[in-house]
Design a protein around this ligand. Structure first.
Ligand SMILES: Cc1cc2nc3c(=O)[nH]c(=O)nc-3n(C[C@H](O)[C@H](O)[C@H](O)COP(=O)(O)OP(=O)(O)OC[C@H]3O[C@@H](n4cnc5c(N)ncnc54)[C@H](O)[C@@H]3O)c2cc1C
Length: 288
């Protein structure tokens, strides 16, 4: 069985910065990344806003991901490698050749977080096409140049919900509205004013999604707004935020340390990058 001093699971900003810092400290680490290309979530966030905290430059997500891959040249970065499970210090890893085992002295888990999909939310109604998370929308728009709908409703008002507006705008989608069950938006103000005045998307607070309607594609949503039910015509629904850590591999063992968004909340890519480096230094000192 192959043995490595440190194995990092996940080649996003946190995992790649941890690997780079370990190599600067003369510790060989192997990064296992399930996608064919490393870079994590920024690979499909086509808008500007990445890189300042780490490189003092502003890139789009794909630009930032490309810089991280550049920073990783010479490291043992294995893409197309999915970790299926961890048992003690042994990882079960799948790649195109099948499943194998690898032993690791230390493991850094940097698998990120994802938005809660419809299936895990209590929303009634039909199951038509055109319902997705921001992450899936971004993959459609930025990776495949595909426009899945024209007039969706955005559910939620976290920072990522505003990223959904930017993604829509990139491909000519005009959201009908952003709805938020609470009294005020979750993202800092004046996000709601900017959404309305700059991007033409009204933000309705105290509004909940009750049901999704439509046979083939979404045709309408039923909402409850200020205590009254109404139907809003639309052809898509974007579920944003409500983060769930990609923690299926999380095992309570001393040799596993977490880095980046796998903790559960959504931090910026720069904060994850910095955390990856800090964790690498702790691992090098033997204190993590
Ligand atoms: C829609 C959206 C917009 C955003 N906009 C911004 C922005 O403008 N500016 C900003 O700074 N941040 C932004 N962020 C946040 C930023 O993308 C994240 O903070 C950052 O990507 C987190 O880095 P990470 O390394 O923790 O996780 P991720 O980037 O999620 O990387 C985790 C990696 O682990 C891999 N992985 C998962 N499971 C396994 C497994 N079992 N085996 C092997 N590999 C695995 C995944 O394929 C992935 O590559 C945005 C996020 C989203 C979702």
């Amino acid at each position: 069985m192959e043995r490595r001093d440190v194995v990092i699971i996940g080649g996003g900003p946190a995992g790649l910065s941890a690997a780079r810092r370990l190599s600067e400290l003369d510790i060989a680490a192997t990064v296992l990344e399930r996608e064919q290309q490393a870079g994590g979530v920024p690979r499909h966030c086509g808008h500007l806003g990445f890189g300042w905290e780490s490189h003092r430059r502003i890139w789009t997500g794909p630009g930032f991901a490309a810089q991280l891959r550049d920073d990783s040249k010479g490291l043992d970065l294995r893409t197309g490698h999915t970790v299926l499970g961890i048992d003690g210090d042994v990882l079960r890893v799948q790649n195109q050749h099948g499943i194998s085992e690898m032993a690791a002295g230390r493991i850094i888990l940097a698998t990120g977080t994802r938005e809660t999909p419809r299936s895990a939310r209590l929303v009634g109604g039909a199951r038509p096409r055109g319902v997705m998370t921001t992450g899936a929308l971004q993959a459609n728009v930025y990776l495949q140049n595909f426009k899945p709908f024209d007039r969706p409703v955005i559910i939620g008002s976290e920072l990522v919900s505003f990223s959904a507006i930017l993604t829509c705008r990139h491909i000519g989608i005009r959201p009908v509205a952003m709805i938020e069950a609470k009294d005020r938006i979750s993202a800092p103000r004046p996000g709601d004013l900017i959404a309305k005045l700059v991007y033409g998307v009204p933000v309705w607070t105290r509004t909940s999604l009750i049901a999704i309607e439509g046979r083939g594609q979404v045709e309408a949503v039923e909402i409850e707004r200020n205590g009254k039910r109404e139907h809003i015509a639309c052809d898509g629904v974007i579920f944003t935020g409500e983060w769930v850590p990609e923690a299926a591999l999380l095992v309570n063992r001393p040799q596993v340390t977490l880095a980046g968004n796998v903790h559960g909340d959504l931090k910026t890519s720069g904060a994850c990058w910095r955390e990856g480096r800090a964790i690498a230094e702790q691992v090098a000192r033997g204190s993590a």
